[in-house]
Design a protein around this ligand. Structure first.
Ligand code: UDP
Length: 334
């Protein structure tokens, strides 16, 4: 749906990213009906690219892309990325398909691993056939419970290989290794952004994508208790969607980022308790904060070092936490 907030935010992405690279290109977006993928589609179509979305609609939603169906530059294929067959050639593949929310990926561990492994292999082969640029949506979760904060790309991570989060973390780590191998062996142009907790309009209200933030907003708007896990002192760095999308698009077009892992996130580290209080303040709700048990292997701190991103594209995420939360709450209220 294209409401006022989304239209303004697309303009913001356009002012961050020059569209020339994407104009007239044929682009495949896996997971294009999802949260981040659908924002990329809006931008790309706006710049005259031909966009094909492949999405199995397991967590993606048609309502995120319905407004694009009437555009002759847009097409949609409902398919799992692991089964996707295609004779077409593409200039760019944005491989966003994933179960990205902890509750969701923990409920589908095998599928989550296979999307990262088989789905990524399939996209790499397609990119090779087309000599396409392939951007893969990796994640801050590759660092696991990081011991170095802010975390640079050179940090190898501290990940439980068989814990509740391993299907996501190890799947993405495997995919990164595979992408780098294709880059080394075949010279394929791969870009590997590690995305840190992105949020904004089009997050699912049931929390399937951005669990804490969207769940807190829904709890606050329904005057239900806000469920903070543990003591709420664990941190995350929340990156507003216009910044996430801009970072991904800038990296896609950047020659220096070939074969590189690059953090994409906001550097403001926020405790989960602070997030809960901010949402209470913005929504003016009367909800109590309810402390609940902390899930196993929940990372204690998460904050990106974005110097590599800045060095490559001369830009960094800048939408403040206050502004981003206000815009997101306003969108949820629409
Ligand atoms: N969290 C919380 N209450 C909730 C959901 C999540 O306190 O209802 C916490 C969770 O334990 C974690 C943080 O919020 O420390 C962020 O969780 P989320 O699921 O959004 O994503 P993560 O960054 O852990 O992948």
């Amino acid at each position: 749906m294209m409401d006022r907030i989304i239209l303004e935010d697309i303009e913001q992405i356009k002012s961050n990213v020059k569209g020339d690279f994407f104009a007239d290109k044929k682009i495949l977006v896996t997971g294009g009906a999802g949260f981040i993928g659908s924002w990329l589609c809006d931008f790309l179509i706006g710049f005259g690219a031909t966009v094909t979305v492949v999405d199995n609609l397991s967590t993606g939603r048609l309502k995120n892309i319905n407004h694009l169906f009437s555009n002759p530059l847009f097409s949609f294929v409902q398919s799992d990325v692991c089964m996707f067959e295609c004779d077409e050639r593409f200039d760019v593949i944005l491989h966003m398909a994933a179960h990205a929310s902890p509750d969701e990926y923990m409920a589908h561990p095998i599928e989550t691993l296979m999307t990262s492994a088989l789905g990524t292999k399939r996209m790499l082969e397609l990119a090779r056939k087309s000599d396409a640029t392939l951007l893969f949506a990796s994640t801050s979760e590759t660092y696991g419970d990081a011991e170095v904060i802010p975390t640079p790309e050179s940090y190898w991570g501290k990940v439980n290989p068989v814990g509740p989060r391993s299907c996501y973390d190890e799947g993405k780590r495997f995919a990164e290794a595979l992408l780098v191998a294709y880059h080394k062996q075949y010279g394929l142009d791969v870009k590997i952004p590690r995305i840190f907790n992105s949020y904004g309009p089009r997050l699912r209200e049931d929390g399937l994508y951005g669990r804490a933030l969207s769940r807190f907003i829904m709890q606050a708007l329904s005057e239900l208790p806000i469920t903070v896990y543990g003591d709420g002192k664990q941190t995350r760095s929340f990156c507003y969607i216009t910044d996430t999308a801009s970072g991904l698009l800038l990296l896609t077009a950047n020659q220096g980022a070939r074969g590189e892992m690059v953090n994409v996130g906001n550097t403001r580290e926020v405790t989960i308790l602070e997030l809960a209080r901010k949402i209470k303040e913005v929504t003016k709700c009367k909800s109590a904060i309810e402390f609940c048990p902390l899930p196993k292997d929940d990372p204690k701190r998460r904050c990106p070092d974005v110097s590599k991103l800045v060095g490559l594209v001369g830009w960094m995420p800048s939408v403040s936490f206050d502004v981003g939360v206000e815009r997101t709450v306003s969108w949820f209220k629409l």
